[in-house]
Design a protein around this ligand. Structure first.
Ligand code: AMP
Length: 281
């Protein structure tokens, strides 16, 4: 496994792989790898013959008061994990390698970027789309892997790929959870033991909605959301930022739920912001 830090070196590695007829898969990450990331990597390794994992904590997707400075970073441990998965290349560039000073070219999908996550994290998806577009231009993969954990991100990237005509298949991978149901996240390390014990309630609130739909046939979104909110009231440490039933393509709230409706939730638990979602089937 090669650990590369320059764009030129990655381009050369990909060129060489292409010469050998290999199928190129890209897994973009911000590092501090956990089982969720590794499931994406494993799927990429099954489906592609040349796998690049990028590790880059992208400053442009963090707001001025967000956790960019303290975001967990563990490059050498990450590389050990990726070596075991038989990844071909880790691309771990510096901020200077990825952005020229005062870089001012942006990719943005305003209609999908200013709601839900975007409302609480202004500029976040502009940063995400821009860095992912740059990674796509550098690596030019056949397949790129993203987690359903960040459902809004996945939907936005799919739209970007369609509208900017990238010849890349976007693969959405299922959310990996701890035994408790808590979705794996790099930010879970910031939770205190007490908060960690409470955090599974987030997913439980989504399961409550799923159960009400499945076993009682309730489809009225208002009723379902209210029940989940009521459940979360048992945990006063959890502050809900949003909890909604939305349409997959447009991200608009629905009045009636059914297959293909996504339940999305974002909360603050202490100082930690956590998101989760559940797709109704
Ligand atoms: P991040 O390092 O947080 O930018 O995440 C990199 C990729 O891993 C994104 O596509 C995420 O959606 C995905 N990911 C993060 N957590 C999980 C999880 N628990 N299960 C599946 N994918 C995840």
């Amino acid at each position: 496994m090669k650990v590369l830090v320059t764009i030129q070196a990655v381009r050369e590695a990909v060129r060489e792989a292409r010469k050998q007829g290999r199928v190129v898969g890209l897994v973009p990450t911000m590092g501090a790898l956990h089982q969720g990331h590794l499931s994406l990597v494993q799927q990429a390794c099954r489906e592609c013959s040349f796998v690049i994992v990028s590790i880059f904590v992208n400053p442009t997707q963090f707001g001025p008061r967000e956790d960019f400075a303290v975001y967990p970073r563990s490059l050498s441990a990450d590389c050990e994990l990726l070596k075991r998965e038989q990844v071909d290349v880790v691309f771990a560039p510096s901020v200077e390698e990825m952005y020229v000073p005062k870089a001012d070219t942006w990719v943005e999908i305003p209609s999908l970027s200013r709601v839900w996550e975007g409302r609480f994290r202004p500029g976040h998806f502009r940063g995400v789309c821009t860095i992912v577009a740059k990674l796509f231009n550098i690596v030019q993969p056949d397949f790129a892997y993203f987690g359903w954990k960040d459902a809004q991100q996945l939907i936005i990237i799919r739209k970007m790929v369609e509208e900017l005509n990238y010849p890349i298949v976007i693969v959405g991978c299922p959310t990996v959870r701890e035994k408790s149901g808590l979705a794996c996240s790099s930010r879970n390390v910031f939770l205190s033991p007490k908060e960690r014990a409470i955090a599974p309630a987030i997913y439980q609130s989504l399961k409550i909605i799923q159960d009400m739909v499945k076993s009682k046939g309730i489809t009225q979104a208002k009723k379902l959301i209210l029940a989940a909110r009521k459940f979360l009231k048992n945990y006063p440490q959890i502050k809900i930022q949003y909890l909604a039933a939305i349409e997959l393509q447009t991200l608009r709230p629905v009045k009636k739920v059914g297959p293909g409706v996504l339940i999305v939730v974002a909360v603050k638990l202490g100082k930690v912001r956590l998101i989760d979602n559940l797709l109704l089937t």
